[in-house]
Design a protein. Structure first.
Length: 148
């Protein structure tokens, strides 16, 4: 009878050297809205039978996209409301629009910094977990592997 070893956190978060450029590219481009889903899906299709570590990083990028798309969706809705308000009260609408634009730039800058930081860490072979949800994705991955 063959028993499969359950990977530890260190084994699951490490990346083999031949996968590093691909996963670094995924992290680096994953901060751009919608690209993370498209690239994540393509990478998942390619790596799904090959590497648990790659799947873990792909899951992190997709979770990062979800976290990034929520403020962007809010920005779109509030921009429409600011335009409507701008038709009624032009000064208030333009001030609200400037604040919304500043917040969108701040969110995208933070996402770019995190994405590039993740790309550098993964390319150098270091452990990388996104700050808000990386540990949760890791625990879910380990739980899923123990059930198999």
């Amino acid at each position: 009878m063959v028993t499969r070893a359950i990977p530890s956190e260190a084994e699951l978060t490490s990346v083999r050297w031949e996968e590093r450029p691909w996963l670094a590219m995924l992290h680096a481009l994953g901060w751009i809205p919608i690209w993370g889903f498209i690239l994540g899906t393509l990478f998942w299709l390619f790596f799904r039978q090959r590497s648990r570590q790659a799947i873990f990083h792909i899951q992190q990028v997709i979770q990062f996209q979800i976290l990034l798309l929520l403020p962007m969706l809010g920005w779109c809705v509030l921009t429409i409301l600011a335009r409507v308000l701008g038709g009624i009260l032009p000064m208030l609408g333009s001030a609200l629009q400037r604040g919304l634009d500043f917040s969108a730039i701040a969110v995208l800058t933070m996402a770019a910094v995190l994405g590039l930081w993740a790309a550098c860490e993964v390319y150098m072979g270091r452990r990388w977990l996104y700050p808000l949800f990386g540990q949760r994705v890791l625990q879910a991955s380990i739980r899923k592997l123990t059930e198999e």
